[in-house]
Structure formats: C-alpha cells, structure tokens
Design a protein around this ligand. Structure first.
Ligand code: ADP
Ligand code: GLC
Length: 520
C-alpha cells in the first residue's frame, strides 16, 4: 500500500497550525502500520531547507506535451523555468518526500498562503493548482523519469483546499483513459475554501464541463475545496463530531448539501497526539519534565513560566493558558470579555498567539490592564507553546467551531485541564467535570455549550470552583493525563479506508467502529 500524501505544511519545517502536526505524525503512524508513504509538498524555502535530495530533479511535462490530454493542466508563467519534482527525504525524520520546485510560485517571504497585507497571494490558484496537477501526474504515472518512488501510489491522499484540484485532475485524467489510483480528501477546516473567479478555469486547464453545480462551481466561483469534496473517492475529516456538523447548514459553509449527498463516503477520524513531540516525560523543550505519578516538575514549570512571563509567582493562582492562531474561529474575543473578572477572582492568564490584528489588539489592551496577572506573547514560538502546556493549570479553547483541535489534547496529556466549548473535536475529546463524571472517573476538563461570554464566564467559575477542591482537581487531572489519543488508532482507520478503495475491495467498511463516533 503506497500513499502519496499531498499537503502544504509539515512540522517542524513549516507550520501555521495543526495541519503541520498532522502531516508529521500521520505518515509516520501509517508507516508503523506497514504502509509506504511519500509526501508531496510545495517547495517553500523552509521545507527545502530541511530536505535532502536524492538523485536528479525531474521536469514535469508542460501543457501541450504529447503525453497529456490536450488543454488539461495549469499554464506556466512565461519566462520561468518549468516546475520540477525532486525526490528525497525530510532530514529530521527520514520521511520520503517529493518537493514541487517552482521558485516563481513558492519561493517568497512570509506566510505560505497570505501576502504582507494578510490577503491571499493573488496567484494562489496557480500555486496550488500546480500542487494538485503534480499530484495527479505522479498518481497516474505521467512524470517520465520519476523512478525514486518505486511502486506507483495506490492512493493519493490530499489535505485541505490546497490539494483539492488533485482530486479534479485525477478524475479528468481517468476520464481520458489513464489508470488512476484511489483518492482520499481530508477536510481539516471547511471554512478555508480556496475560491477564485471563473477566469481561472482556462489558466488551470479545466474544461468548462466541470464548472457546474455538480462540479467545482460554487456560487459563480471556482472552489478548490469543492473540487476535493466532489471528486475524491472518499472524504474524511478530523473528528466524528465535525463530520456530523459539516453536513448541516450551521457548520457546512455552504457545502453541507454536497456533504450530505456524499455522506456515505464521509468518515470522521480523530487526530492524535504525536508522543515523539508532546510527552511531558520526555519533552526536550522543557527544563522540568514530569509524569502523572510525579507532578513536581509541573509545579516547577509553573513557577518558571510565571517568572518568564513576568506574572506574579503565585503557586495557588490558577494559571489559564492559550496557545492559538488568533482568528475568528478560535473565539478568543469571548476571553477578552471575561478576563477582568477572571483576574479579579485571583486567576492568571497567559496567551501565545498570532493572527488577526483586531484580536491581537484586543488581547494587548487586556494585558496592559492587568500587569503581573495577564501575559501576552504575539508570534509563533514552538518552545514557549510547550512551556505553557507544561506550566499552565488549564488551557482555554473557546472555539466557535473546531474540526479537531490539538491543543486540548496536548493539555490533557500535560495535566493542563482543557476548558472547551462543546463543538467538533473538542466535544469528542473532553468530558465535563460534572459531579457524577468526577465520581466515575470520566471527567477530564470543563465543557461549556453556548458561544457567548456569559457561558465562558460560567465555565471559568466552574474551573475555579474545581481548583478550590484540590482532591477533585487532582482526580480530574489524573483522568486527563491517562487519556491516550494515539496516532496508531487513527492510522489503522485510514489504512482500512485506503484498503476499502482498492479495486475489487468490497463496499467501503467504515474505518471507525468505536462507540459514539459513528460515521457522519
Ligand atoms: P489549528 O490547526 O486550527 O490552528 P490545532 O489546535 O489543531 O488548531 O493546532 C494548533 C497547533 O499550532 C498546535 O500544535 C499549537 O501548539 C500550535 N500553535 C498555535 N499557535 C501557536 C503559536 N503562536 N506558537 C506556537 N505554536 C502555536
Ligand atoms: C485545522 C483545524 C483544527 C485541526 C487541524 C488539524 O487547522 O482548525 O481543528 O486540529 O486542522 O487537523
């Protein structure tokens, strides 16, 4: 079983969010399960810097090449060298990978998706159109000289809108008689859709026939996300809860009709925790490690964190932490509304995040009001994220929606109780500390329902109340730390899904059969 895994980010080389963590962990876990996995990544400078090439780069056939169906595939900007694929390995992990080398598309400073003004790069359709095209060419064996792969892929597995056109191009090449591998498309976040105007159709070499309701047209625009959802053989998303939610109008982002239509092909497979990176007993980024049976290191980590962040070094002040992209999705404006009462009651707050200027400003104003009680660090800081996870008492994830969420899983592992809104993967992974759940040992955090400041306020009151009952807090903390959201389980589910798509396989058996997490 050979999987071509198409994505844009991979930890530790390039990371804007959880997608990068998944692209590092899932391929590894799949390999542990006996699958062969080759990553296909855009040749961003940060990725190229951690990549060891093997052999010569191979030129992709240009549009009009006699081997290709006429007119299919993206154009290439005049005056630039045609993209190449370079086989090799990610240096840190040894992970086999293909790099799509196209400096005109990928070699530019700043965010991989957004320009300096925070707007999508204007040529994003071409950039990620090429990623999809490269995946489809590799998948269908149309890249002459690409021998480094060994066996051709049995499955092309694309992630988020950036890989959406891979599914459309594979479908079209199949229509032209090419033998195509099975295709799987994973939604990590339905809200980012990769929309562009219909004028791109020609530049992407897509026939007008696909620009329809049954194709990749979305309210007059071309949607990369919809291409993925429409043309992949199987769809997955990163929690059973989100798989259910996106088939409804509230979280469906306008695509719920299509998702309902393809519901029998849609599977929710929960992400996991990469124990190589997130394990308090062996975390190389911590000066004090700890375990559930010996939490002294956690106490030291808290004091060190308070000192580092210029918070009052108060062992009994409940330190709430946040590690997050600062976007509307994450609901952090709710936190800005309740922070005054939080610190008034003796709580502390430490936030690490980067993103929207408006949310950064609002948090900054809160921090200014509460020196010594609230700390804010703007920017991306992997090591500080680990120190917050270790030194915090609780972690807030008050998201409006959350496909899976990883920070609440890291919080559980580090005994930092998640305070989460009951949505998507958060609802699937955290059990509220109701009295009976404390009693029966299932409570792992604090869960609230309404997306409102009063609801978050009440959840934080309950967090404080639990903290003032040290025995109960310790019990919930032990339950939390005993949770294991392993990647092995997820990898087995993906593998079963791949197998079910093989030619001749019986109708797809759901890749997950755990109670309460039925296929959406
Ligand atoms: P999302 O992918 O929606 O951003 P997840 O919870 O799935 O949310 O993943 C977020 C990942 O990004 C986690 O690994 C988290 O630790 C990390 N992260 C988020 N913001 C920062 C930051 N400012 N600095 C360091 N790591 C961050
Ligand atoms: C997305 C989602 C997040 C998920 C991550 C990895 O960025 O917002 O909930 O955990 O992808 O799948």
């Amino acid at each position: 079983m050979h999987v071509l895994y198409v994505c844009t980010e991979v930890f530790p080389l390039l990371k804007t969010g959880g997608l990068a963590d998944v692209s590092a962990a899932l391929p590894h876990a799949l390999q542990q399960e006996g699958a062969q996995v080759t990553l296909l990544l855009p040749g961003f400078a940060a990725v190229a810097a951690g990549f060891d090439p093997i052999g010569q780069a191979v030129r992709l056939p240009a549009r009009g090449a006699t081997t290709l169906p006429a007119g299919l595939g993206p154009v290439w900007p005049d005056g630039h060298t045609v993209p190449t694929l370079q086989a090799g390995r990610l240096r840190a992990s040894g992970q086999p990978a293909l790099l799509l080398q196209a400096p005109a598309l990928f070699d530019r400073p700043g965010n991989p998706y957004l320009d300096a003004q925070g707007q999508p790069w204007s040529d994003n359709p071409l950039r990620f159109g090429w990623l999809g095209w490269a995946a489809a060419l590799v998948g269908t064996g149309l890249v002459p000289g690409l021998t480094a792969l060994g066996t051709p892929p049995d499955v092309v597995h694309g992630h988020d809108w950036h890989a959406g056109l891979a599914m459309a191009y594979l479908h079209l090449l199949k229509g032209h008689g090419r033998q195509a591998p099975a295709s799987v498309f994973t939604v990590h976040n339905l809200a980012y859709q990769g929309l562009c105007g219909p004028e791109w159709l020609g530049r992407l070499g897509l026939p007008p026939s696909v620009f329809s309701m049954q194709g990749l047209e979305f309210f007059g625009q071309l949607s990369f996300m919809k291409a993925g959802l429409q043309y992949a053989d199987a769809l997955t998303t990163v929690s059973p809860g989100y798989a259910r939610e996106i088939t409804g109008p509230e979280q469906g982002c306008g695509l719920d009709g299509l998702l309902r239509h393809r519901q029998d092909r849609l599977h929710g497979i929960l992400n996991g925790v990469d124990e190589r990176v997130w394990n308090p007993e062996h975390d190389a980024l911590l000066s004090h490690t700890f375990s559930a049976s010996d939490l002294r290191g956690k106490t030291l980590a808290k004091a060190a964190l308070q000192t580092e962040l210029a918070l009052q070094v108060a062992p009994n002040a409940l330190l709430l932490v946040v590690v997050s992209r600062l976007t509307e999705q994450k609901g952090l404006h709710l936190l800005t509304e309740v922070v005054d009462s939080w610190v008034r009651q003796g709580g502390q707050l430490a936030v690490l995040g980067a993103g929207d200027a408006g949310i950064e400003d609002a948090l900054y104003r809160c921090a200014q009001r509460h020196p010594g009680l609230m700390a804010l660090r703007l920017g991306h800081d992997e090591a500080l994220a680990h120190r917050l996870m270790a030194g915090g008492d609780a972690i807030a994830v008050p998201s409006r929606y959350e496909p899976c969420g990883l920070t609440q899983l890291y919080g559980l592992r580090y005994g930092t109780l998640p305070v989460v809104r009951a949505v998507g993967g958060l609802a699937d992974t955290v059990t509220d500390c109701r009295l009976e759940a404390i009693d029966d040992g299932s409570a792992t955090g604090i869960v609230f329902h309404d997306f409102s400041a009063p609801a978050l306020h009440t959840a934080l009151q309950r967090t404080l109340a639990l903290y003032r009952r040290p025995d109960d807090w310790a019990k919930v903390q032990q339950n939390a730390m005993a949770q294991r959201f392993g990647w092995g389980d997820a990898a087995r589910r993906y593998r079963r899904l791949y197998q079910s798509l093989r030619p001749g396989a019986a109708a797809a058996t759901p890749p997950h059969a755990q109670p309460g997490t039925a296929s959406a």
